[in-house]
Design a protein around this ligand. Structure first.
Ligand SMILES: [Mn+2]
Length: 292
């Protein structure tokens, strides 16, 4: 698996556009999988997405630009031992802390959602007043799950310890305790059906997030009809254009400093979701650099 990573760069760019010294965008594959509870396979996602990205048309039809011209370099994958999620989060934290260079734009391709807490901890030490926008079918607000504080089902409880604020959009599956936690702590939240019907999510993004935003996208926020290849395919998700509308809006009114896209579990023979995620990454790059 890792051999291919060294051969392929995201979008199959020529070397002058993928040069790590000159690229404004850094893509970091994190094929980490240890605490997944239902369907496995998310460790295969970074390579599947990078392979799918070889087929991207580089012209952005909506923006009328060629986003890859800012330079997109693809790092070797960050490998973590799968035995202890706590240790792996520490390793991810130390790695990100070392590479982070404010002013550059980082996109992490997971792997399971667990990785977000290590990444956000490092970002929160480089950017004062960081906030997090979470797009996800699940609240991920359990304090512990299956004996671990670092289970993917707990990731936002850990993230909350590092940031000034976070907003959750697209949630439609959570426990009674998580629902109570959201209410008691007045966590800014809009469920999937609300996001689809009303525009209050715009107000949450504008008014609840700080100016500097980290974006975490669990791909199960999208409807399983377009992304069936996830660990927990929860019905009633967002469609492609709603996701784009949200990401574009954040890019217009805030400064996005880092992104992760997690929890894809590629299905053999079904490449559309892998390609969708590759396109989403490319759209995010376009919105981030060419809207202002
Ligand atoms: Mn999820």
């Amino acid at each position: 698996m890792s051999d291919n990573f060294y051969i392929l760069n995201f979008a199959g760019l020529p070397s002058h556009l993928a040069d790590p010294e000159r690229s404004k965008v850094k893509i970091i594959p994190v094929p980490y999988e240890a605490t997944v509870t239902y369907r496995k396979g998310t460790k295969e996602a970074p390579l599947a997405i990078i392979q799918a990205s070889q087929n991207l048309e580089l012209w952005d039809e909506e923006l009328s630009v060629q986003p890859c011209e800012v330079g997109i370099s693809t790092f070797p994958p960050l490998m973590c031992s799968s035995s202890s999620p706590g240790e792996s989060c520490k390793k991810i934290y130390r790695y990100v802390k070392e590479i982070i260079n404010p002013g550059e734009f980082y996109i992490f391709i997971g792997g399971e959602h667990t990785i977000t807490s290590g990444i956000v901890k490092a970002f929160s030490e480089s950017y004062s007043s960081l906030s997090v926008l979470q797009l996800d079918a699940h609240a991920d607000l359990r304090n512990t799950y299956e004996g671990s504080f670092y289970n993917h089902a707990c990731v936002m409880r850990r993230v909350q310890e590092y940031v000034s604020c976070f907003v959750q959009l697209g949630v439609r599956s959570l426990s009674r305790e998580e629902a109570r936690y959201i209410k008691e702590n007045a966590i800014p939240y809009q469920s999937a059906i609300e996001v689809l019907k009303y525009d209050r999510w715009k107000e949450l993004i504008r008014e609840k997030l700080s100016d500097t935003v980290y974006l975490t996208i669990d791909v199960d926020v999208m409807d399983p009809s377009i992304v069936p290849s996830v660990g927990c395919p929860e019905p009633g998700g967002l469609d492609w254009y709603k996701i784009l509308e949200i990401v574009r809006y954040v890019a217009e009114c805030k400064r996005i400093v880092g992104v992760d896209i997690v929890e894809l579990s590629p299905l053999p023979g079904i490449v559309a979701p892998d390609f969708l995620v590759a396109r989403l990454i490319y759209k995010i790059i376009g919105y981030n650099f060419f809207l202002k």
